[in-house]
Write a protein that binds this ligand. Structure first.
Ligand code: HEC
Length: 105
């Protein structure tokens, strides 16, 4: 039991906290992707689930915004994502990695 608690503590210490979606994120995303009505919260959950399976989920701000489309294209094949999910994940990471967002070490 004590071991289980220790393992859980270590695991939670290693998992970076994905930035939650703020109101300014929603405004930015609405302006940047006017053709979609995505729920960014759902995209964030999708990102955590699909992109944290093989490695720890990468904080959006730790990849330059301009690199994300390429990274998501490459990783979407590995994660066997459908196009619609790939697009939703890309919109979340682009929103959360836009300039002005804090970079977490
Ligand atoms: C099937 C396993 C797997 C899944 C699922 C996966 N990745 Fe990866 N990822 C890897 C491996 C392996 C690497 C190591 C670098 C490489 O081989 O390209 C990596 C590396 C990365 C990197 C480091 C930069 C780079 O391009 O090498 C980022 C960022 C990344 N993944 C993001 C994602 C995102 C976003 C998703 C969800 C769409 C995702 N990963 C899903 C296996 C996976």
């Amino acid at each position: 039991m004590r071991l289980l608690v220790l393992v859980l503590l270590l695991l939670s210490a290693c998992t970076p906290a994905l930035p939650i979606v703020t109101d300014s994120d929603r405004v930015w995303a609405r302006q940047s992707f006017p053709e979609t009505q995505d729920d960014l919260d759902e995209s964030r959950t999708l990102y955590a689930r699909k992109c944290g399976a093989c490695h720890r989920v990468v904080l959006p701000a730790n990849v330059p915004q301009t690199e994300w489309p390429h990274v998501v294209d490459k990783m979407a094949q590995r994660a066997r994502l459908q196009d619609v999910d790939r697009a939703r994940i890309l919109r979340y990471v682009l929103t959360a990695s836009r300039p002005g967002q804090p970079v977490v070490p």
